[in-house]
Design a protein around this ligand. Structure first.
Ligand SMILES: [Zn+2]
Length: 289
């Protein structure tokens, strides 16, 4: 919509701080490469659970078979971001995604960084290396050490992806300490499949500078008050969340009408086990990216 006093949202300069490489591939590219390789084309059938969501995007990323495929994917992601008005992009990736295809983690990071920089042009480009909770602490240490080696040379942050419930933040204190000591931002996911206790752990154990999603902090009024107080006393210490306001937002449980913060399009949006329950605020919402 355009008119007096308005302009297209695409024209507004934006910083995109929460973009996953494996969740941002062009569908047309995935299909083209899958056909080339004679592989089955991943077809999303709905994100009814976090596990289903991650399995889908992992299958899409598995279609990238070599360094040329990865470089092409990164270039396209940067091009798409630029077309959306992005002027600063932080792309997040777990280097284990390309295990066996791009060499060791350092080689994989080098390829992604070079592709991003080559495509960036006037767009600022930074890389967030993320550990995968499901890959374990030893792998997270390797990712953190690799990230630290690129501090000041393209890698700007260290993240943590995956299922919060099966691998809590408490396991990953050491990798985050390595990253923070190297000067990297701490940007873990928290408060998505797990509740506000996960956000507390991200702030405390992981020293989060930014919480990816973090939407379920709203379930603990004391946590919200604590964060608000920190923000009001020292803006430098504020810990914002990075969440999509059009995807995440207050909605109503489809069974009991309790207000929950989930992705409205989630087919299993509910917080209770029976239509009459209204006490639980648990949500099974999947990651939106
Ligand atoms: Zn995310």
């Amino acid at each position: 919509m355009t008119g007096v006093g308005t302009r297209s949202l695409l024209e507004l300069p934006k910083a995109h701080l929460h973009l996953h490489l494996d969740g941002s591939l062009r569908r047309s590219t995935v299909e083209e490469i899958a056909r080339r390789e004679g592989r089955e084309i991943p077809r999303p059938t709905g994100y009814g659970s976090f596990a289903h969501f991650t399995a889908t995007i992992t299958a899409a990323a598995a279609c990238l078979r070599d360094e040329a495929d990865v470089r092409r994917a990164v270039r396209e992601i940067v091009e798409d971001a630029r077309a959306a008005g992005v002027v600063w992009l932080e792309l997040s990736v777990w280097p284990g995604l390309f295990r066996g295809r791009l060499g060791d983690y350092r080689a994989a990071v080098t390829a992604v960084l070079e592709a991003g920089r080559d495509a960036a042009g006037e767009v600022g480009f930074g890389l967030v290396l993320a550990a995968n909770r499901g890959a374990g602490v030893d792998d997270a240490l390797t990712v953190a050490t690799t990230a630290a080696g690129f501090a000041g040379d393209g890698v700007v942050g260290f993240g943590l992806d995956g299922d919060e419930a099966s691998a809590p933040a408490a396991w990953f204190g050491r990798p985050f300490a390595i990253a923070r000591e190297a000067g990297l931002l701490s940007v873990p996911h928290a408060g998505e499949p797990a509740g506000p206790e996960s956000v507390r752990a991200a702030l405390g154990v992981l020293g989060a500078d930014r919480v990816m999603h973090g939407v379920r902090a709203v379930e603990d009024p004391a946590l919200v008050e604590e964060r608000a107080a920190r923000r009001s006393t020292s803006a430098r210490r504020a810990t914002p969340c990075s969440a999509c306001t059009t995807r995440w937002g207050p909605t109503r449980c489809r069974r009991c009408s309790t207000r929950v913060s989930v992705a409205p399009s989630t087919p299993t949006t509910h917080c209770c086990s029976t239509p009459t329950s209204s006490t639980s605020t648990r949500s099974p919402a999947p990651c939106s990216g």
